[in-house]
Design a protein around this ligand. Structure first.
Ligand code: ZN
Ligand code: ZN
Length: 253
């Protein structure tokens, strides 16, 4: 399997995951024009995309879904709660996801994992093909026992490192927004992300992509530093996905 990011952060998120036969976009928070530009950079065109799966209705994840799906007749998968937000308009091919049941698209198996986030019915996804497993985990306020269990054994993990609590407290956000971001249904801090990594099977994990890094309340260096103590004996590779450039293709075996 391969994974790449079109961009990651509070101004837009989208991840590409593919095997030899199937190519899936997870979320699409960019305009059509931006999406085409970013896909091209990764050597893909809209016709390559077999489906878009959506994690939740926040703008940075769904902003580009409906325009893209309407233009290219792309099937879209989301939970009923995410669909109910009434902002999608007509989708040419809508599949409602039961967030407690696995499903598949082409040759890729998809396991939804419900997460605590201030959206209607948010879930994140673990995608697998043959024996390879890729987990995407962003936009959650805390790690639940279920999340910890489901994400325990992945070959690659794209994980939210949203904020540094000190920078969030001292930063420019108004108090209610600070409370929301740092709350139990907001976003993971660097330390919360590191705590999850401490619990995963590091013998299996080959690639860790630190994602959804806030441009106002975090620094890539702080995310890396928080992760450092739990990764010191680890032989895999870590990456920082950013808003502008995401990450280039990573081969996951
Ligand atoms: Zn987000
Ligand atoms: Zn969100």
């Amino acid at each position: 399997m391969r994974i790449a990011s079109l961009g990651s952060g509070s101004r837009g998120n989208s991840t590409l995951i593919e095997n030899e036969n199937t190519c899936i976009l997870v979320d699409l928070g960019f305009t059509l024009k931006e999406t085409l530009r970013r896909l091209k950079r990764l050597g893909r065109s809209p016709d390559d995309i077999d489906a878009i799966i959506v994690t939740h209705e926040h703008r940075d994840h769904v902003g580009g879904v409906a325009p893209f799906a309407r233009k290219y007749s792309t099937p879209v998968y989301m939970t009923p709660g995410t669909y109910d937000c009434d902002q999608h308009g007509i989708l040419p091919s809508l599949h409602k996801v039961n967030c407690h049941r696995t499903f598949s698209i082409g040759g890729i198996g998809i396991e939804p994992v419900p997460v605590p986030h201030d959206a209607k019915e948010p879930c994140q996804y673990i995608l697998s093909s043959a024996d390879t497993k890729i987990g995407i985990l962003t936009d959650l306020g805390h790690i639940t026992p279920h999340v910890e269990l489901q994400y325990q054994s992945c070959d690659a993990l794209l994980l939210e490192c949203n904020h540094d609590p000190g920078m969030l407290a001292d930063g420019p956000y108004p108090y209610p927004l600070k409370k929301r971001v740092g709350g139990t249904h907001g976003h993971l801090s660097n330390e919360q992300a590191a705590k999850l990594v401490e619990k995963v099977d590091l013998g299996r994990l080959q690639h860790l992509v630190m994602s959804h890094i806030s441009e106002k309340n975090n620094l890539p260096q702080l995310a890396s530093e928080a992760m450092h103590p739990v990764l010191c004996d680890w032989s895999g590779t870590s990456y920082l996905a950013d808003q502008q450039d995401g990450i280039n293709w990573i081969e996951v075996e």
